[in-house]
Ligand binder design. Structure first.
Ligand code: ADP
Ligand code: MG
Ligand code: MG
Length: 251
């Protein structure tokens, strides 16, 4: 589903490469975790996959279901079935969460050449997904993320993810120090959305998220490259021994 080959990237206007030859293959049905020390390029990788325009790809390719993803703009990526969740969700004062979800779903449908949803159809879907993820209707009436707790932000994000029915989900949960509530929401949400047709990439600095989301494959990213790949035991190993052996002491 996702094939990253020898990906090199830097911040536009900066010579230093942050990603220095990332190789990664993710198949449908798999959950991959990407772990690594601070500054290893985890968030950069998620931004590059999202198509954020501050980054410049200097080498390599990214294929999504065989198609060159780097040629697609962020809307096209979403229409093709990619969903990216970031560390710092945006607040949208004045826009009820419900309204935001409708706009996101209809934007995706338009990009796919589908009709927009009727209000009853939209309501039916939102209610079903909200019930499945224990999101209250009350929360959906509040402006998106404004004054939301960490757990509520994650709930809104996972709800959006489930309504867009992505093929590939990339979640960057790095450094954000998820509280227990948020951690549970993310892990329950991801586990509920696991399916043989869907792949997930969970990016995290912390092992404890992976006590709840048991990954099929674990990778260690260090200095912009994947330096080690293993199964869930690799994450436990990192928990025990830390990232010391992956940190560039010369830098
Ligand atoms: P991680 O998510 O693994 O902690 P990041 O992808 O955030 O790592 O950062 C990787 C490296 O790129 C770090 O050395 C960081 O300082 C640098 N970096 C990230 N964003 C910027 C930016 N906007 N400008 C300059 N350097 C950046
Ligand atoms: Mg960081
Ligand atoms: Mg990060």
């Amino acid at each position: 589903m996702l094939e990253i080959k020898n990906l090199h990237a830097r911040i536009a206007e900066d010579e230093t490469e942050i990603l220095r030859g990332v190789d990664l293959t993710v198949n449908a049905g798999e959950v991959h975790a990407i772990m690594g020390p601070n500054g290893s390029g985890k968030s950069t990788l998620s931004y590059v996959l999202a198509g954020k325009d501050d980054y410049e790809i200097t080498e390599g390719e990214v294929l999504f279901n065989g198609e060159n993803m780097l040629d697609m703009d962020p809307d096209e990526r979403a229409a093709a079935g990619m969903f990216l969740a970031f560390q710092y969700p945006i607040e949208i004062p004045g826009v009820a969460t419900m309204e935001f979800l409708k706009t996101a779903m209809n934007a995706q449908r338009k990009a796919r050449g589908e009709d927009v949803l009727s209000i009853p159809d939209f309501m039916k879907r939102v209610k079903a997904a909200a019930a499945h993820l224990n999101v209250s209707m009350d929360m959906l009436k509040r402006p998106l993320n404004v004054g939301f707790s960490g757990g509520e932000k994650k709930r809104a994000e996972i709800l959006q993810m489930s309504l867009l029915e992505p093929k590939l989900c990339v979640l960057d949960e790095t450094d954000s120090g998820l509280d227990i509530d948020a951690l549970r929401v993310v892990s329950d949400g991801v586990n509920k959305l696991r399916s043989p047709e869907r792949a997930m990439v969970v990016i995290t600095h912390y092992q404890r998220l992976l006590d709840h989301i048991v990954p099929d494959v674990v990778h260690v990213l260090s200095k912009g490259k994947i330096v080690k790949t293993g199964d869930k035991d690799l994450a436990l190993d990192l928990e025990k021994h830390g990232y010391a052996e992956y940190i560039d002491t010369a830098a």
